[in-house]
Design a protein around this ligand. Structure first.
Ligand SMILES: *Cc1c(COP(=O)(O)O)cnc(C)c1O
Ligand code: SF4
Length: 369
């Protein structure tokens, strides 16, 4: 298999090490000196690496960093993982916990906002810390990670609340757990009669695709059906290794894979980039599900795209590509209001016995009722 990486380090590791997810985790890059072995840091990046260290940890897998352009600081991979000084800017709307997840927490590690769904945070660790992370208030810190006792409390809570139809394993990254722990958790959840479906939210298919291996697929297949929502933001992330492992998830793991992306300024806020991303995803068997407006988490205002711009981009995409490849653009309301769709408006006028629509080309059509 072709290894996609421009990084010099890869030459000094064997292919089996490189493809071992634990090797990738153990050899994560966290320091400036290591980073400079892969890319040429700009002075701004070097400065931000130090000034932002207290605010949110820096870490990346060698694999993911290998996708970065060593020369261009505005490379979409670099912008997602390397701190920028704007992270220190605090805007009036920015929140530590924009989605009020901590205040909808009946037991430690569970956010139960919508009556029928519960989000369960199983780990505070991720292989890569995304600079725009909504949970940067706690992700990357081992402090407060739910332990085994909390897991039992959470399972008891799910068993006692028959209105819960779905549990979403989240984090941090839930695929950071061992296969045997995942097997245990999925088994316990699937044994609860009122649980209709179980979903995993993970960025490991993007940042650590070697995590998807035959052992994991055996566990996921055993608990069929399992839905996995991943988080690709840019077509550069769709590598041959990703393609191989997503195919493995579907064929060996019998997993249904969907994607949620975040609309990010300077990374993917164009019709061309998102078209390539959405078509690239469906090409390898992933259904684009959501495109999120970037949450109002502290230090992320430099990533935020105006909602009008997002709506306009999605309107143009809708007319250009297959409906199967088009996700729903949504905003998760600051304060815990939940997700709201951000559709484009095509209805131009409502008359007494007809409606006037403007289609994706800008032409008017009148239909009766
Ligand atoms: C996003 C979210 C969900 C899942 O919502 P879907 O629209 O079903 O993807 C569930 N619970 C919480 C707290 C959420 O933020
Ligand atoms: S993978 Fe998810 S939880 Fe982890 S840092 Fe990125 S956005 Fe945050």
């Amino acid at each position: 298999m072709e290894l996609v990486s421009s990084n010099p380090k890869q030459k000094s590791v064997s292919e089996s090490q490189w493809l071992d997810w634990k090797w990738q985790i153990q050899n994560r890059i966290k320091e400036e000196a290591e980073l400079e072995e892969y890319i040429h840091l700009s002075s701004e990046e070097r400065e931000a690496l130090h000034s932002c260290a207290e605010v949110f940890s820096f870490s990346t897998t060698p694999y993911y960093l290998g996708l970065a352009d060593p020369k261009d600081p505005n490379c979409p991979i670099r912008l997602q993982v390397i701190p920028r000084k704007e992270e220190l800017h605090v805007r009036p709307w920015d929140r530590r916990d924009p989605l009020a997840e901590e205040s909808h927490m009946p037991v430690k590690g569970v956010t139960h906002r919508y009556p029928d769904r519960a989000l369960w945070y199983l780990s505070h660790v991720c292989a890569v810390y995304c600079r725009f992370c909504t949970r940067k208030r706690k992700v990357s810190q081992s402090f407060g990670t739910p332990g085994l006792e909390d897991w039992n409390d959470a399972l008891e809570y799910f068993r006692n609340h028959s209105e819960i139809k779905e549990v979403i394993l989240s984090g941090g990254d839930p695929l950071n757990l061992s296969d045997s722990k995942l097997d245990y958790l999925l088994g316990e959840l699937k044994a609860i009669p009122h649980i209709n479906q179980v979903r995993i939210h993970s960025r490991y298919p993007v940042t650590l695709p070697m995590r998807i291996n035959s052992e994991l697929c055996t566990v996921l297949r055993k608990h069929y059906p399992v839905y996995l929502i991943t988080h690709f933001n840019h077509p550069k992330e769709l590598t041959p290794l990703v393609k191989e492992r997503i195919e493995m998830l579907a064929k060996e793991g019998a997993v249904t894979v969907l994607n949620q992306a975040v609309l990010l300024k300077g990374i993917n806020n164009s019709v061309e980039t998102l078209t390539e991303l959405f078509y690239g995803l469906t090409k390898i068997g992933i259904k684009p599900h959501y495109l999120h407006q970037c949450d109002e988490v502290f230090g992320s205002s430099h990533f935020r795209v105006p909602i009008e711009e997002g709506v306009e981009i999605m309107k143009q995409i809708r007319g250009r590509i297959s409906g199967l490849s088009v996700p729903l653009y949504v905003v998760d309301l600051t304060g815990g209001g939940g997700k709201v769709p951000l559709p484009a408006n095509y209805l131009e006028e409502t008359k007494s016995s007809s409606y006037v629509f403007r289609n994706y080309k800008g032409d008017l059509y009148e239909i009766g009722f």
